[in-house]
Every structure is written in structure tokens, then in C-alpha cells.
Design a protein around this ligand. Structure first.
Ligand code: OSB
Ligand code: MG
Length: 368
């Protein structure tokens, strides 16, 4: 296999509802899409970097720069036997996992299309329907939050995750537990707490949460080790885990009991698969996180979620929760049972709406 050329595009997509976390409030996404020509077959990838470097060090601009000036030259003219070898070709670049994943996932899609196989089967996926949860942003009022949760439960979603931040943590959780005593509920702090907040975090133990996601600093592995010792609620790490070695350390040291795997954050399918295997060997369940993706990234997330150890509902939900109009056809829909049926077509299994993409493209670069 050889990548003959690739096209980078930046598209703009306005969210149906602004998404607020302890980090920022997102209203419009700036998304890089990558179209790779692999021996005449087109594969699509999406970059999960945010508009700013608040969630991770990468942002849309750094990802574009790294893709154009480093990653493209590293694959240009190189012969490889499968997409699984692409991660190795990019090894000289440290970090920049989201930029790497953009390219790597596109090549996986192309390989699956070349073989006329669904991407999820090429990855070794085992389920044809994936369990879904939702991630609900910080809301202005408790009533608004309750209404949002009601709506998602009515749509069938199997678990509810809410974003918390200092000042909007215990009360929202307490209220939700009053209203919905039996639902699968969890919280995500996106690193908003410090050592001095431990007493508050320990109070969360009273609410039977499935897990608390990334309570402490994005690189504070030791803090999570110490916190988990005193916390009954399982800690799930997100921002702390960018590499296989970080996952190994987190598990060995007891920093978490669950890991949220995001394709972009870990550098693509090769690393996501290794990480899910590592977690499986250690009895650590994983689930697929989301980054407010368009349909292309969402399709990749669906494929990843079919791998065996993705046993918990992920943050992979219906297109219409994010966009008035998605860039794939059909859009991602969720069943009344709160699942997504994995498509049977080749590659990502959804048609890419190039006309729609062209209409919302603000910059484009062809690399040959
Ligand atoms: O921490 O999981 C997170 C979105 C942007 C950045 C970080 C996170 C999130 C989400 C959204 O929780 C999940 C989704 O795509 O619905
Ligand atoms: Mg998170």
C-alpha cells in the first residue's frame, strides 16, 4: 500500500446546543477532515483536536501544521503492508497523537474499502450493536439539567454522564439522584479539581456513580493514585492517558479502574487496539469517549467500540444531538434500546457527503 496523495480540509460546524465543560464552552467546531488516496481508494479521517489547547496540547492549527509539514512527508512514497504499520512510520514525531490519528484512521478506512470489508471487522470487532451513553454539558440551572437528562433517557440512552466543575458538582448530582435513583450515572470533571478538593470528591461516594472521570490534573497520575485509595467510586482516566505506557503505569499504580479510550488522544486504531488489549488483560473495562465529532469521526468511534473490551456504554451518540445536518449518509441514529447498529458496508460504512463538506469548507490543501 502507498498513500498517493491527501487532501486536508477545515470545515466549520455549529453545534445544535453549545457544549460547556470545566474547560470552555464550544459553539462552533473547527474540524480538520483528511481524505487519503491510497492506491486509488479514498479513506476518510477526522481530527479530534479542539479549537484551543485546553483539553490537550493540540489544537486545530497545530494539527494542520503537523499533518502538512511532518506526517505527510513521513508517509509520502512509503510502501507498507497494512494500516497497522502507519503508526510506526510516524514514530519520530513525539506527541501530536490527534494529528497522527487523523491520517492513520483515514488509511484504515481505505484499507477496509480496498478489501471490501467493514472497518470494524478489519479491526477484529466482535459486536454488531454498541451500547450508547450521552455526555451532557454544564447547565445554567438544575431544572435545565433535569430536563436534559429526561430527554436523553426517553431517547433510550443507557447511561448519563454530566460534566461537573467547582460550584456545580454535588448539588447537580444530588438532584439527579433524587429524580432518577436507578439510572447509570457518572460525572466528568475534565481536571477541574485539586488536592484540596478531596473531601468534596469523597462526598461523591454517596451517590452510587458508575465512575468519576478525570477529576485531577491532565498529567497528575500520582494524584489519581492517592485519590483512588480513598475513593470507593472508580476513577476513569481520560486526559491522563495519551500513550500505551501511560495506561500501563496508571493500571499498575492503581490510578484508575476504568479507561476512556479516544481514538485521537491515543493516536489512532493501532494504539487504541493495543491499549484495549492491555486493559482486557488487566481486567480494566474501557469505553469510547467522544470529541464532538462530525459523522466521519463518529463512524470511526463506532468501529472502535465493537472491540471486545469496550464493554461499557460510550459517549457515542446520534448525529442529531450535535448537528442540524451531518456530513455522512445515513446519519448516526440510536435505537430505542440505546444502541447503535454497526453498519455492514465497506470501510467506515457510511457514505461521505462531499457536496455538504465542500459547502462548509473554509480551507483546503492538496498534498501530492
Ligand atoms: O472529556 O470527554 C470529554 C468533549 C470535548 C472534550 C472533552 C470531552 C468531551 C465530551 C463530549 O465529553 C463527548 C461527546 O462527543 O458527546
Ligand atoms: Mg472526559
Amino acid at each position: 500500500m502507498r498513500v498517493r496523495g491527501m487532501t486536508l480540509r477545515e470545515i466549520r460546524m455549529r453545534l445544535v446546543t453549545p457544549f460547556e465543560t470545566s474547560l470552555d464552552r464550544v459553539m462552533e467546531r473547527r474540524i480538520i477532515l483528511l481524505e487519503a488516496d491510497v492506491d486509488g481508494v479514498t479513506g476518510w479521517g477526522e481530527c479530534t483536536a479542539g479549537e484551543n489547547p485546553f483539553y490537550s496540547p493540540e489544537d486545530t492549527e497545530t494539527a494542520w501544521h503537523i499533518l502538512e509539514n511532518y506526517l505527510w512527508p513521513m508517509v509520502k512514497g512509503k510502501e507498507f503492508a497494512s494500516a497497522a504499520e502507519v503508526w510506526g512510520l510516524l514514530e519520530a514525531v513525539r506527541g501530536h497523537t490527534m494529528a497522527k490519528a487523523t491520517l492513520e484512521t483515514a488509511i484504515w478506512d481505505a484499507e477496509a474499502k480496498q478489501k471490501n470489508a467493514p472497518l470494524w471487522k478489519l479491526l477484529g470487532g466482535v459486536r454488531e450493536e454498541i451500547p450508547c451513553g450521552v455526555s451532557i454539558g454544564v447547565k445554567e440551572t438544575l431544572d435545565e439539567l433535569v430536563a436534559a437528562v429526561k430527554k436523553e433517557l426517553a431517547a433510550g440512552y443507557q447511561r448519563i454522564k454530566i460534566k461537573i466543575k467547582p460550584g456545580k458538582d454535588l448539588l447537580p448530582v444530588q438532584r439527579l439522584r433524587q429524580e432518577f435513583p436507578r439510572i447509570k450515572l457518572m460525572v466528568d470533571a475534565n481536571s477541574a479539581y485539586r488536592r484540596t478538593d478531596w473531601p468534596l470528591l469523597k462526598e461523591l461516594d454517596g451517590f452510587y456513580l458508575m465512575m468519576v472521570e478525570q477529576p485531577l490534573g491532565w498529567d497528575d497520575l500520582y494524584g489519581h493514585v492517592e485519590l483512588q485509595k480513598g475513593l470507593q467510586t472508580p476513577i476513569c482516566l481520560d486526559e491522563c492517558i495519551h500513550t500505551y505506557e501511560q495506561a500501563e503505569a496508571a493500571i499498575a499504580l492503581g490510578a484508575c479502574k476504568i479507561i476512556n479510550i479516544k481514538l485521537g488522544r491515543v493516536g489512532g486504531f493501532h494504539e487504541a487496539r493495543r491499549m484495549q488489549d492491555l486493559c482486557a488483560r488487566n481486567g480494566v473495562p474501557v469505553w469510547c469517549g467522544g470529541m464532538l465529532e462530525s459523522g466521519i469521526g463518529r463512524a470511526h468511534n463506532i468501529a472502535m467500540s465493537t472491540m471486545e473490551n469496550f464493554s461499557l456504554p460510550g459517549d457515542v451518540s446520534a448525529s442529531k444531538r450535535y448537528w442540524v445536518e451531518d456530513v455522512i449518509e445515513p446519519e448516526v441514529v440510536v435505537t430505542a434500546a440505546g444502541t447503535i447498529r454497526v453498519p455492514g458496508g465497506a470501510g467506515i460504512g457510511f457514505a461521505v457527503r462531499i457536496d455538504r463538506i465542500e459547502a462548509i469548507t473554509v480551507r483546503k490543501e492538496r498534498l501530492r
